[in-house]
Write a protein that binds this ligand. Sequence first.
Ligand SMILES: O=C1O[C@H](COP(=O)(O)O)[C@@H](O)[C@H](O)[C@H]1O
Length: 269
Amino acid sequence: MATDCAAAAAAAGSKKKKEVLIFDAEEDLAVSLAKYTAELSAKLAAERGAFTVVLSGGSLIKNIRKLAEPPYLDSVDWSKWHVFWVDERVVPKDHEDSNYKLALDGFLSKVPIPTGQVYAINDALSAEGAADDYETCLKQLVKNGVIAMSQSTGFPRFDVMLLGMGPDGHIASLFPGHPLVNENKKWVTYIKDSPKPPPERITFTFPVINSSAYVAMVVTGAGKAGAVQKALSDKQTSSDLLPVEMAVLQDGEFTWFTDKPAVSMLQNK
Ligand SMILES: O=C1O[C@H](COP(=O)(O)O)[C@@H](O)[C@H](O)[C@H]1O
């Protein structure tokens, strides 16, 4: 069961909405996340004719496993799905560190999404080349009408981003204190000195993440409780924002999917 702790805190005068769901068990979280994603798939595919889904790597992939099981395996219209990565490690696609391989093994190989609608990076390129190439691919898909554009920000507006967060509060490959968190022109950029291995990665920038229609931030485990506390506490504990705190949607709905250990340092939970 989930506790709705922050209960849809709609900011006055804006469409910003944030909700925090806290689950007793990881199994319940996975069930709820599958339902959330399947409902968005039905709604947005009906409205737009396509459903653009952005995945992270890491623990997120295990948490979306229920989507590849009944009833969703048969009820979701997978032909409408277009799958992207919020970040990717610049390694061959069959490398153990590849976020594509992680998603392929844990999710994509189990659902009938057309292969031409799964947008992996070009792993033959350098980090800089792969980031430019991915941004070019996104621009083409905007032209084709597959990806929407945000009228308010001028950046692409993905239907949903299913994201994880590291124990240090990083999301995508946007790390605390790294200058990339301030990138405000590019859609996709690259990093060659990631503090978490492997060092070379590409990543969506904050203007793209923050233009999303829906974001699910999926965070479990006591190891992430400190960053969750900083992100969700009413009290400002330091002036330096963690990357996860910089994920503020311009006009979208942000939902945290957490478990009890992850929120254990929060008061009023
Ligand atoms: O390196 C990465 O880490 C983050 C967090 O991973 P998690 O296993 O702690 O959930 C992930 O979201 C990102 O995509 C990945 O490249």
